[in-house]
Design a protein around this ligand. Structure first.
Ligand code: G3P
Length: 218
């Protein structure tokens, strides 16, 4: 399973990449706004850190402008994946960019029907938002199960399921069990994945015993 990092904070991405935990990056207009930086600059820096796909999202809502924005974003680096919203104009843009060889991440997906449309429009990735569905008392992970099953039924569809709006480790574990191709994880969730109380207590015990020996390795 591929891990993308869901952030526009370059220092976070660099640290996680050094641990081999970054197969790609996703951003969105809210994450760019949070970084306080210019989008093109941030995307270029991130693309230099990871060779994996880096999603950069268009902000227009009409087809013609989305296409121009998408081409501009793709021009920033060879590993940019253009992100478009799941609207009719977004799907038209997806098909046009896909025809040019640009990988497209179709975002803001909240239903299996939407995911099927995105695959038909040539999306490289579909981004269902599990956390936001959970927030409205709907089964976010159930949607992932449905999309994975539907895509498996039609092997000619090459769209990868990119689980987004991940809020906690169980979202990731369930997504991996279901066979989702990718999860995009906020850095805080990646750190949560690391944690286990038995790891902490085990390490404390080892270090306490080691201290008693009076030895040092170096
Ligand atoms: O990049 C899209 C995404 O993962 C959104 O997450 O936490 O804002 O619902 P969130």
């Amino acid at each position: 399973m591929k891990f993308f990092v869901d952030t526009a904070e370059v220092s976070e991405i660099r640290a996680l990449a050094e641990a081999g935990l970054v197969d790609g990056v996703t951003t969105n207009p809210s994450l760019i706004a949070k970084s306080g930086r210019k989008m093109a600059e941030v995307i270029a820096e991130i693309c230099a850190i990871t060779p994996g796909p880096v999603s950069a999202e268009v902000t227009a809502t009409d087809f013609e402008t989305m296409l121009v924005e998408g081409r501009y974003l793709r021009g920033i680096a060879a590993n940019v994946a253009v992100k478009v919203p799941l609207t009719e104009a977004g799907l038209r843009t997806c098909r046009a960019l896909a025809n040019e060889g640009t990988p497209v991440n179709v975002t803001l997906c909240f239903s299996a029907a939407q995911a099927l449309l995105a695959a038909k429009a040539g999306a490289a990735f579909i981004s269902p938002f599990v956390g936001r569905l959970d927030d409205i008392s709907t089964d976010g992970m159930g949607l992932i199960a449905d999309i994975v099953q539907i895509y498996r039924n039609y092997p000619h569809l090459k769209t990868e399921v990119l689980v987004a709006s991940v809020r906690h480790p169980m979202h990731l574990v369930q997504a991996a069990k279901m066979g989702a191709h990718v999860a995009t994880l906020p850095p805080a969730v990646i750190r949560q994945l690391l944690k286990h109380p038995l790891t902490d207590s085990g390490l404390s015990a080892f270090l306490a015993d080691w201290k008693k020996t009076g030895q040092s390795i170096l």
